[in-house]
Design a protein around this ligand. Structure first.
Ligand SMILES: N[C@@H](CCC(=O)N[C@@H](CS)C(=O)NCC(=O)O)C(=O)O
Length: 260
């Protein structure tokens, strides 16, 4: 059976769980606590040297990186297909997922940490926090986290992150004015890949990012109606995270709005 190392609210884990649900695949899970540093243990780092979720194991074969994992799932379990058949639509699908991997996902981490996640780390003593930071394998990410913990939305990283997402959501609106799904007329891995981020903006009450973008809002509604969204997302929503995200998001919104 497929084995998934994941976390309930992680965007990259959400997209893998949704792909597994679209395929109707069974899997067994290892739920990791990201704030406790469960991805930074020597055992986990052997499987996933980046110290992040998700990681999937299929018949002893370890696969990391959510985009790669979802393409693997589609290759290994082709029915129903989650990549368009038309080569042009398939290229469009790849461009969408590439964008996330080349910076947009990191911008999401910046926004989420600056607004809400930094408050979850407050349960650690300074010594525990220093230990967690030291265990992070990527020095750039470590510096980013330090900065966000300290400065929140006042971080110098924040305006670029929110600007990049505002631009992307505009691009999505333009695309979705022309086709039902991001890569054309077929639902694909591109739609699955972006579903977590719209979910995140909703949880952080950054609804202003979607306001005035009716095609984007309708697309997200269609995503939410899929059974796989319930299985991959809603069933895993963490009741302890949601009130904090809402409270801190509402608090941050007036300042965030000025950066759009
Ligand atoms: N490029 C990676 C990114 C994975 C990633 O950033 N995972 C986050 C959760 S969405 C994580 O595990 N963070 C742990 C941490 O930041 O300590 C992928 O797509 O799998």
């Amino acid at each position: 059976m497929l084995e998934l190392y994941h976390n309930d609210m992680s965007s990259c884990a959400q997209k893998v769980r949704m792909a597994l649900a679209e395929k109707g695949l069974e899997w067994s899970g290892h739920h990791l606590d990201l704030r406790a540093g469960d991805t930074l243990t020597p055992e986990y780092l052997k499987m996933n040297p980046n110290g992040v979720v998700p990681t999937i194991i299929d018949d002893g074969w370890v696969i990391i990186e959510s985009t790669v994992i979802n393409e693997y799932i589609d290759d290994a379990y082709p029915d129903p297909p989650l990549r368009p058949t038309d080569p042009r639509d398939r290229a469009a699908m790849r461009l969408w997922t590439k964008k996330l991997d080349e910076g947009l996902h990191n911008h999401t981490a910046t926004i989420s940490s600056a607004i809400a996640f930094r408050h979850q780390f407050a349960r650690h003593t300074p010594e525990q926090m220093a230990k967690l930071l030291a265990a992070m394998p990527d020095p750039a990410k470590r510096e980013r986290r330090k900065d966000l913990l300290e400065n929140g939305v006042r971080s110098k990283l924040f305006p670029a992150a929110i600007g990049a997402w505002n631009k992307t959501l505009g691009d999505m609106e333009d695309r979705l004015a022309e086709s039902a799904w991001l890569a054309g007329d077929e639902f694909s891995l591109a739609d699955i890949a972006y579903a977590p981020y719209l979910t995140r903006w909703e949880h952080l009450q950054l609804v202003g990012l979607v306001a005035g973008r009716p095609h984007l809002a309708a697309w997200f509604e269609r995503i939410r109606e899929r059974e796989s969204y319930g299985i991959g997302f809603t069933d895993w929503f963490n009741d302890k995270y949601l009130p904090l995200m809402e409270e801190k998001g509402l608090e941050a919104w007036p300042e965030v709005k000025t950066m759009l």
